[in-house]
Ligand binder design. Structure first.
Ligand code: SF4
Ligand code: SF4
Length: 461
């Protein structure tokens, strides 16, 4: 049996990922969203803040997707409007609403219900398989081909990027060769709706977890300063340098770090309405993280969408034991250090050798009130100039920009940010979100770094 910190065997992983698959959002309308819907006074502020509505005339906007659709559904049992799948889950409307209407919670539940209805036999078959009811599963499986479209399959694969990345990282060079190939790229676009304009992110030769295991885990052990690190899939498989920077910076400040067994935070699953997948992933994460929280650890995430999921989306959507405690004890990595350490003083003495930076605040950082933190902090450095490139959305929103039919809109949304980046003095981008980083690099050709990497360069020998 794996401990909360060890890598699971394939069998254990299987049982962890299949945790309690039944009864997930059996009837999402049972979630009591009436107080939220009633709080809406139709000011339309949310609509004017929506980056998708700005570029897509067919998208009715967050007010419709949230309170209006919820009311319609209560009234005469209408189906969920398919346009709910055009919402990118950037959550800017949440932040904009003066009346605290839980818009993203409404969107997530509506999207989940819509997607559930797209492939009911598939979900039922998976439930039956997990319950060991093989005969019943077979009955459902017969109907699956007529229900499941290529678009649904593409969205499920994108939502479960960690599964794909786990396979790719077993043979990273071969996977990079295949995925970077122009024929693969053309075929992905033509047959699966994954835009050929995008470069598939490369897998690292060695994952973060492999590196962590080989170094023998934590180098610091102490009871008064300890954190459990939620690295997420991307830092594990694609950018382990970010996760390593986190480890080196935190150990520089004397923290004991633990790396619990974990799955994707669920962010891409929420955005694609794959709530059953999100629930399975959340079950593993909450079970393992809450064991550390109970022992006095705080949870640190280096991706702002991951910290957003653990803090806000989990308690909005799930009720596992420990969900609230994990939410309360989760922080974004830079945020946590700013609370507990005198970073300004440490940085004041640094002679960091880092190129000038063009910083983009991810939408999910904005929702957590973290959109100015990198500017405020690195503005203290004499040796590095950091410029904010504005408050627009990058346009990629996780998987949104990874769909061929959304690619042009994604680039149009990101246009303002690209222009500001090009006008900025620095030619290196800076952001906390890995998919914003992809979009920034894609739109400008700049190298993009994470704030933890700047801290590492400034503070660690
Ligand atoms: S901003 Fe809030 S109160 Fe205003 S229309 Fe949107 S949901 Fe309703
Ligand atoms: S989450 Fe973003 S894309 Fe979706 S409705 Fe709100 S602002 Fe628009």
């Amino acid at each position: 049996m794996s401990t909360p910190e060890s890598d699971p065997t394939p069998e254990e992983h299987e049982s962890e990922t299949d945790f309690d698959p039944a009864g997930v959002f059996e009837d999402p309308t049972e979630m009591d969203l009436r107080p939220g819907a009633d709080s809406c006074y139709k000011c339309s502020t949310c609509d004017t803040s929506c980056p998708v509505a700005e570029v897509d005339d067919d998208f009715p906007g967050p007010k419709f997707q949230g309170p209006e659709q919820w009311r319609l559904k209560q009234g005469d049992d209408q189906d969920i409007d398919p346009s709910i799948t055009d919402c990118s889950n950037c959550m800017r409307c949440d932040n904009a609403c003066p009346s605290s209407v839980p818009l993203s919670q409404m969107h997530n539940t509506a999207r989940g219900e819509y997607v559930e209805g797209q492939a009911p036999s598939l979900w039922n078959a998976e439930d039956s398989l997990a319950e060991g009811e093989y005969r019943e599963a077979l009955t459902y499986l017969r109907d699956v081909p007529s229900e499941v479209s290529i678009e649904f399959l593409r969205n499920r694969v994108l939502s479960n990027y960690g599964t794909l990345a786990g396979l790719g990282s077993k043979v990273p060079r071969l996977a990079n060769l295949v995925m970077g190939n122009r024929i693969t790229s053309w075929a992905n676009d033509r047959f699966f709706g994954i835009p050929s304009e995008r470069d598939f992110p490369e897998f690292a030769d060695r994952t973060f977890r492999e590196w962590w295991r080989e170094r023998g885990g934590p180098k610091v052990e102490r009871e008064d300063k300890r954190v459990a690190y939620f690295h997420g899939d991307y830092s594990n498989y694609n950018t382990p340098e970010v996760a390593k920077a986190m480890v080196r910076v935190y150990e520089h400040f004397g923290y004991e770090i633990r790396v619990p067994t974990q799955r994707c935070s669920g962010t891409p699953m929420f955005a694609n309405g794959m709530l059953r997948d999100a629930r399975r992933a959340a079950a593993v994460n909450i079970t393992n993280l809450s064991e550390f929280v109970d022992r006095g650890y705080d949870v640190i995430a280096s991706c702002t969408s991951c910290s957003m999921a653990l803090r806000q989306e989990y308690p909005e959507l799930f009720d596992f034991e420990g969900t609230r405690e994990v939410s309360i004890h989760t922080y974004e990595a830079l945020e946590y250090l700013r609370i507990h350490e005198d970073l300004e003083e440490e940085l004041g003495e640094s002679k960091a050798d880092f190129p000038d930076l063009a910083y983009h605040a991810p939408c999910h950082a904005r929702n957590q009130g973290l959109d100015r933190q990198a500017i405020e902090l690195f503005g203290e450095l004499d040796s590095v100039a950091v410029e904010d490139v504005g408050d627009s959305c990058s346009g990629i929103s996780g998987t949104y920009g990874w769909k061929s039919e959304k690619y042009e809109k994604s680039m149009e949304i990101g246009g303002e940010m690209f222009e500001h980046m090009k006008d900025a003095q620095g030619e290196t981008g800076l952001t906390e979100c890995p998919t914003c980083a992809m979009q920034m690099g894609h739109g400008t050709g700049y190298d993009i770094r994470h704030p933890l990497e700047v801290l590492e360069a400034a503070l660690v020998d």
